[in-house]
Design a protein around this ligand. Structure first.
Ligand SMILES: *Cc1c(COP(=O)(O)O)cnc(C)c1O
Length: 334
């Protein structure tokens, strides 16, 4: 039975390039090594990264429901909040971003600066209060949209709800096609995981499109593996049920590479910064300090330890995030 895709608004520039990092391969010793980068940092809509693939579906759903506002949440440097603000500006929708914790003193930097340019409305909350009163805070935000004569759709952090997973169900097929064209018969695919929708989408995409030759590994950059195991499983199960996907999910599909969160979410550490600087210097490509630098660290360690890239190619999904670099310049230059 063919899978019925939900409606989407095409916003991303697809397919994103799949490139081989030959200079990095040489830098790491060459030989039979194959390292590929799937450039989802280049999806467009002002460098929205992985989030725009999810928001294509969320925005379509909001418009179909007659909504004029998207409400979402994240830190002030959230790539997802910024991507939501950009997508809303593109589509003539309003965005209301719920920040936790509040941004540091003015002026806004990095992603937050862009939120302001895109005309987003922002509200800020202490982290403890936001956690304790989450549902009321979201309801109040929706109510205030209604009071202004509007209608709001809420999407959770990272747009990681079952509908958002479609972005990467679709991306899995795109990647498989590109790998086939590049004569890559099997590969390890590695990505950062935080709110989980990207990983859940790729896993579901691999199941739905029967891509058994791709083994997908997730590198947590926040929380612990137990949390991610529960969260990604939940997303996969909910999406299968909600959309009647022809997929059998079991937890043995989940493969995490632990040990790369460092001191905490959004807090960089020297090895991650070194990974970011290495790719910038050798390939002219820029990772971000919160997600992709940490996850790419796992790829580099895997390559150096012979786990990735030698027996079969390794593909890293570059999920974006460039603007965070400009929020913490001191860190990158340490
Ligand atoms: C949000 C984000 C991720 C993580 O994706 P999730 O779907 O939240 O797990 C990875 N990289 C970047 C740059 C992001 O902004």
């Amino acid at each position: 039975m063919p899978v019925k895709h939900p409606n989407r608004i095409p916003l991303a520039r697809l397919p994103t390039p799949l490139v081989r990092l030959q200079r990095l391969e040489r830098e790491l010793g060459g030989g039979p090594l194959q390292i590929w980068l799937k450039r989802d940092d280049l999806t467009g809509v002002e460098f929205s990264g992985n989030k725009v693939r999810k928001l294509e579906y969320i925005a379509a759903d909001a418009l179909a429901a007659g909504c004029d506002t998207l409400i979402t949440e994240g830190t002030p440097q959230s790539n997802h909040c910024r991507a939501t603000a950009a997508v809303c500006a593109r589509l003539g929708l309003r965005s209301h971003l719920l920040f936790r914790p509040p941004p540091p003193e003015d002026p806004p930097q990095g992603n937050h600066l862009l939120d302001v340019l895109f005309g987003a409305r922002t509200s800020a909350f202490a982290r403890e209060r936001f956690t304790a009163e989450h549902d009321e805070i979201v309801r109040d935000a929706a109510r205030s949209t209604n009071a202004d004569g509007g209608r709001a759709r809420y999407t959770p952090a990272g747009a990681s709800e079952p509908l958002g997973c479609w972005g990467y169900i679709r991306a899995a097929a795109e990647l498989a096609e590109q790998l086939a064209a590049a004569h890559v018969d099997e590969a390890d695919v590695v990505l950062a995981v935080s709110s989980g929708g990207t990983y859940a989408g790729l896993l579901l995409g691999a199941l739905v499109h029967r891509l058994d030759h791709l083994k997908v590994w997730a590198v947590p950059v926040s929380d612990d593996v137990g949390y991610h195991r529960r969260n990604v499983s939940r997303l996969c199960r909910e999406a299968i049920e909600q959309f009647g996907l022809p997929a059998e999910f079991d937890e043995s599909r989940l493969q995490f590479i632990d040990g790369y969160v460092g001191p905490g979410y959004g807090v960089p550490y020297p090895e991650a910064i070194a990974a970011l600087r290495l790719l910038a210097r050798v390939e002219g490509m820029v990772l971000d300090p919160v997600y992709t630098a940490k996850a790419f660290c796992a790829v580099l360690d895997g390559v150096r330890g012979g786990r990735f890239g030698c027996e079969r190619p390794v593909v890293f999904i570059h999920t974006g995030g460039i603007f965070s670099n400009f929020a913490w310049p001191e860190t990158l230059l340490q």
